[in-house]
Design a protein around this ligand. Sequence first.
Ligand code: NDP
Ligand code: MG
Length: 385
Amino acid sequence: MSKTRKISILGSTGSIGIQTLDVIEKLGDMFKINYLTINTRIDLLEPQILKFNPKGVVITDEKKYKEFKSTTSFKGKILSGEEGVIEAACDDTNDLLLTALVGFAGVIPTYHALQKGIDIALANKETLVSAGSIITKLANEKNAKILAVDSEHSAILQCLIGEDHNDIEKIILTASGGPCRTTLKSEFAKITVESALKHPNWSMGNKITIDSATMMNKGLEVIEAFWLFGLRIDQIETIIHPQSIIHSMVQFNDGSIKAQMGLPDMRVPISYALTYPKHSKFDFPRMDFEKFSTLTFEKTDLDKFECLQLAYIALKIGGTAPAIINAANEIAVQEFLNKNISFDKISYFISKALNTLEIIENPSLDELIDIDKLTRIFTLNEIKK
Ligand code: NDP
Ligand code: MG
């Protein structure tokens, strides 16, 4: 891997985007940045431009785009809106696209990049949750790689190196259990935004942090794993592992289990996706086993964490069902963050959307875009009732 590779990063001002730039800086001249795309945080974009000198930037938010254009001295391309993100994603010179936007917004640019045969380093799990069938089929047709950035899926990928797919009995996705692991379900209505945002092990964007609190994050990851690894639903299990040291496991037909471990530091799976299949040299903090003398495991309680159960149900139903729970979840989480609904109502509104809206089998991309919009309107209306 001596040649400099060109990469564009969707969501460079987010938690994953910032850590990706840190990894890229540490990798020296292995990567050259093509485009950086952001939504609103132009104050964070300016120093990124100075450090990485990209070919272009995209600011999705119209107001922030205008503000940026009128104040910056950046001489490269400055694009706006969803069209700008698509242009950045499928730039002919991209060798790799890292997608770290939040939510369904990741689907369309990823689709266009895959059409050009560009490899994807995928953080945006909502892409596979909403459009897994279309995205994985297209990647296969175009012979493009989808490399997981999500720590659990990176762990599974590493455990599967050199193994025969037919030898897999099951995979076990570990979950920290999030900030509400020990909270009783009867207390869920009282969980505040501030306490739900306090994740014990990971520092992440707001949406995924709330997803971790409801355990919808693990549900989305079950669906993500289904598409990434081509397994049956009954081969994908979850277990709570509060220390987040084992990032996930594969159990083989003879009962042998491979686990991938390490400190909870997203730069490790990010760097693996960027330099796959190489483990490049980094000075990230190392594990001190004496500090982690106890690794514990607990059953995931699907009655308590209804969002996780809803994700399994949606995956079993198939078609547009996962896109419906994804869109309803995005709205419900936002409304919880806006303090318009209580924590326990997140699963309620997702369930309402899943039980009410029509499911289409084998949807096209346009049908998925429509169902995403429809579900958002439906869920907002239900919340306002
Ligand atoms: P953040 O909220 O920290 O960052 C999101 C980024 O996307 C920001 O750059 C933001 O711009 C931009 N963005 C947000 N909405 C839009 C939109 N509608 N259109 C275009 N750009 C947008 O999120 P995270 O980095 O935490 O998560 C990103 C993705 O990675 C999610 O899908 C998450 O599930 C996944 N992931 C995250 C992990 C983590 O540790 N954080 C771990 C595993 C997966 P701006 O900030 O400028 O407004
Ligand atoms: Mg994860």
